[in-house]
Design a protein around this ligand. Structure first.
Ligand SMILES: NC(=O)c1ccc[n+]([C@@H]2O[C@H](COP(=O)([O-])OP(=O)(O)OC[C@H]3O[C@@H](n4cnc5c(N)ncnc54)[C@H](O)[C@@H]3O)[C@@H](O)[C@H]2O)c1
Length: 249
């Protein structure tokens, strides 16, 4: 532990498991005071494991997100790091996507990120300091497999949101960035995708394997730290080279 985010107050939305849990653990290891906000009750156990606190929250709901930020600010008087990682990724071909499914994906992945930024901006502006990191994806901004129209739209939409928020946050010392993971072996990936999908992806990735969630966490830590003070409005691809091949190799 080097204390790269020592004593910073951080919230990670969508951190009961998967990438978010790894990010929360990494921030805690580096000295942050970490709050996990997630819809799954397992978030309580994850928070206990890393010495953090848990708040139940549906990130697509305005009131839930605001209550999380209010509770943290009431306790500490500040919020310095906000990671919005909650996301859902149903796989459905475009002509089978119902309006309800479309709306749900956009509500969690895109609206949730807007709500998190909006809520975090107030305490961050007050102290002229903030680090906001959103989980985008290579899916949407760079590539897309079949069955991901709504997901790709939501994750590509995050890039516009990141730029807009970065511009508006800059006068207040707030940076806003994204991470674009490739394929990561998480609980969600195992539940939502077939073994054949995972094997096929592994073969197509130059490093020949999916990422471990812990491998993603370092990029979030960097963007949340003071080392990234001059980086804003952009995103880091962490994909094992998946988006490199020009054709099938
Ligand atoms: N796994 C991958 O290969 C991959 C690749 C690119 C991007 N991503 C993105 O990374 C993020 C995390 O994915 P993961 O693979 O760790 O998924 P996961 O399902 O393992 O974990 C996601 C977490 O978010 C929470 N969550 C979902 N909807 C929520 C809501 N409405 N409110 C609050 N919490 C909610 C879940 O309860 C869970 O704890 C997502 O945004 C996903 O789109 C994942």
């Amino acid at each position: 532990m080097q204390g790269r985010v020592a004593d910073r107050v951080a919230v990670v939305f969508g951190a009961a498991r998967g990438i978010g849990a790894a990010v929360a653990a990494r921030l805690a290891e580096e000295g942050a005071i970490v709050w996990i906000a997630d819809g799954r009750p397992e978030g309580q156990a994850t928070a206990e494991r890393i010495g953090g606190r848990f708040l139940s929250c549906d990130v697509s709901k305005e009131q839930d997100v605001q209550q999380v930020v209010n509770a943290i600010v009431a306790e500490h008087g500040r919020l310095e790091i906000c990671i919005q990682n909650a996301g859902i990724f149903p796989e459905t071909m475009l002509d089978e996507i119902s309006v309800a499914e479309w709306d749900q994906v956009l509500a969690v992945n895109l609206r949730g990120s807007f709500l998190a930024i909006r809520a975090a901006f107030a305490p961050m502006k007050q102290r002229n300091y903030g680090r906001i990191v959103l989980t985008s994806s290579i899916t949407g901004p760079r590539v897309v497999p079949p069955g991901h129209a709504h997901y790709a739209a939501s994750k590509a939409g995050l890039l516009g949101l990141i730029r807009a928020a970065a511009l508006e946050g800059a006068p207040f010392g707030i940076t806003v960035n994204g991470v674009e993971p490739g394929n990561v072996l998480t609980e969600g990936m195992r539940a939502e995708r077939s073994a054949a999908y995972v094997e096929g992806m592994a073969r197509s990735i130059p490093l020949k394997r999916l990422a471990d969630p812990a491998e993603l966490a370092h990029s979030y830590l960097f963007l949340a730290s003071d080392e990234a003070a001059y980086i804003t409005g952009t995103s880091i691809v962490v994909d094992g080279g998946q988006t490199l091949p020009e054709g099938k190799v």
